[in-house]
Design a protein around this ligand. Structure first.
Ligand SMILES: Cc1ncc(COP(=O)(O)O)c(C=O)c1O
Length: 246
């Protein structure tokens, strides 16, 4: 096996596994893309790489700069892993109630954790990070909710990988957090075959599932607006916190 020069080279090209046996209907084929196989352990490695490389390319991020980002966990871990390799100090604004494993992973990569109120969920973390970024214009705020590199990473990598492996795909289902996955993959898949349905999974209003959000709670990610989310999505399904773990 080749020796890779950077953890960045391990991101993406995740396998797809047939999990139909876990579904209630034997006539439905369900395939899962194993994003947990990314080096930071989630789909968010893809956007962290894209946002960092993009900010380096346009000169926003350069040696000596500090990164700040709100995250319910996975984007923070992905960014902390990459920031560590590339030598940037990083501060992650994290809702106080996220799981201890997430917190520990951030610490392992040397991120500084800034707590936001757990009850305010990811919206509270976004507000706190925005306020801190305003106070500290010298920090680099990548802001995954508005960063074009987020949906673009999925348009460039996740979508093409899925379509290459499963050209017969009929429905794409993904959690909605920043909406980057759904916007990027959804746009790519619809361009290949407009009949493919794009479905978002979100928690009910007032309940929290780590990483996901209900758009009716009042915050619409700018990338969702810009990529035409309301036209792109064919439907939504609700997942409750307990079900999401099961
Ligand atoms: C495991 C996992 N899945 C899905 C999402 C939501 O993805 P997106 O932000 O692309 O909408 C997140 C967001 O944090 C996540 O951590």
């Amino acid at each position: 096996m080749a020796v890779l020069s950077s953890v960045l080279d391990m991101i993406g090209n995740t396998p797809i596994i047939d999990v139909s046996a876990l579904g209630p209907n034997p006539d439905v084929r369900i395939l899962a893309k194993m994003e947990g196989q990314n080096p930071g352990g989630s789909v968010k490695d893809r956007i962290a790489r894209a946002m960092v490389l993009d900010a380096e390319a346009d000169g926003t991020l350069r040696p000596g700069k500090t990164i700040i980002e709100p995250s319910s966990g996975n984007t923070g871990i992905a960014l902390a892993m990459i920031a560590r390799e590339r030598g940037y100090p990083i501060k992650i604004v994290l809702p106080g109630n996220v799981s201890i494993e997430r917190r520990r992973m951030l610490e392992v990569f040397g991120a500084e954790i800034i707590d936001s109120p757990g009850a305010e969920g990811s919206n509270g973390a976004v507000r706190r990070a925005q306020a801190l970024a305003d106070e500290h214009p010298e920090w680099v705020f990548l802001y995954q909710y508005a960063n074009e590199a987020n949906p673009q990473a999925h348009y460039d990598t996740t979508g093409p990988e899925i379509f290459a492996d499963v050209p017969e795909i009929t429905h794409f289902v993904a959690g909605l957090g920043t909406s980057g996955t759904l916007m990027g993959v959804g746009s790519y898949l619809k361009e290949q075959n407009p009949a493919i349905k794009i479905l978002a999974v979100e928690p009910p209003v007032g309940e929290q599932v780590e990483g996901l959000r209900n758009l009716d709670e009042g915050y619409i990610p700018p990338i969702y607006e810009k990529w035409g989310g309301s036209d792109l999505l064919d439907g939504k399904r609700i997942v409750r916190p307990r079900e999401s773990i099961e």
